[in-house]
Design a protein around this ligand. Sequence first.
Ligand code: NAP
Length: 295
Amino acid sequence: MPEPLFERIALLGIGLIGSSVARIAREHGHLAREVVANARTQATLDRVVHLGIADRVELDVARAVEGADCVMLCAPVGAYADLALAIAPHLAPGAILTDVGSTKQSVIRDVGPLVPAGVHFVPAHPLAGTEYSGPDAGFTTLFEGRWCLLTPPPGTDAMAVEKVAELWRRCGSLIEVMEPAHHDRVLAIVSHLPHLLAFTICGTADDLADESRQQVLKFAASGFRDFTRIASSDPTMWRDVFLNNREALLEMLARFTEDAQAMARAVRWGDGEYIEDKIMRGRAIRRSLIELKQA
Ligand code: NAP
């Protein structure tokens, strides 16, 4: 087994993503010699102790990062600015500060200016998740075969970028380095817009008159059920994603709305060819995903 990459990793936020990293670190021993977990509430840390997925828990975020050579922000992105402010004076010189947030321009905007000289800031986003949250939700195979996108700002130390890439490789991820603005546009279409549609369609169904609403639940297996799975995701996390990728999300939503209008027009005027063509394109995308093993 290779030597651990880090002496001590501090995970600030220990929900689905943080606890998955913690589990991998503890189970395989090749990420860090010591895992320190921090959360917003003591109840979560008590749960972490019960699960035995960290060497130490710290409610005080400043103490959590002291002496850590890797600090990973694993909280909702809206909490990053306050977290960065609280930890900045306590980061060890030479430490790597990284994150797992679903938006990248906002993270660089909120955290970047607070990073002390001598600390290496390497933003990252593992494209892996489920609709579950909290420390019980994590598991060691979450990142296997999934992409992890790194968006280092210009001038970031290449060794630090490579170390974060290696951390995610050891979690089973495939690595790609990307411009933060490009990341946010791509994620707006592959993740943020689909979640917005799922939350919206569940709201639309819920607004129906009582009798129809009951039928929605009864016959949900017809397609609605798949939307409800996505829509059961954590509200704080998704609120923060929408508010922190506002421009790209609104742009993709505008494009989608135009396409939905075109589809409505085809339905209204009986344009079967148009409808069939759209469905064929959907099927082709699904086939490509299966071939790329991302389905
Ligand atoms: P989660 O399961 O809801 O856990 C969030 C953790 O952050 C909890 O330990 C929570 O502590 C802590 N936290 C600290 N400050 C907080 C605050 N102000 N508000 C709420 N929680 C706070 O979240 P997650 O799914 O692991 O997501 C963590 C990060 O990963 C987010 O930035 C998200 O964008 C990103 N991400 C998520 C997914 C996904 O599918 N879920 C995928 C890739 C990336 P308490 O438990 O004490 O509240």
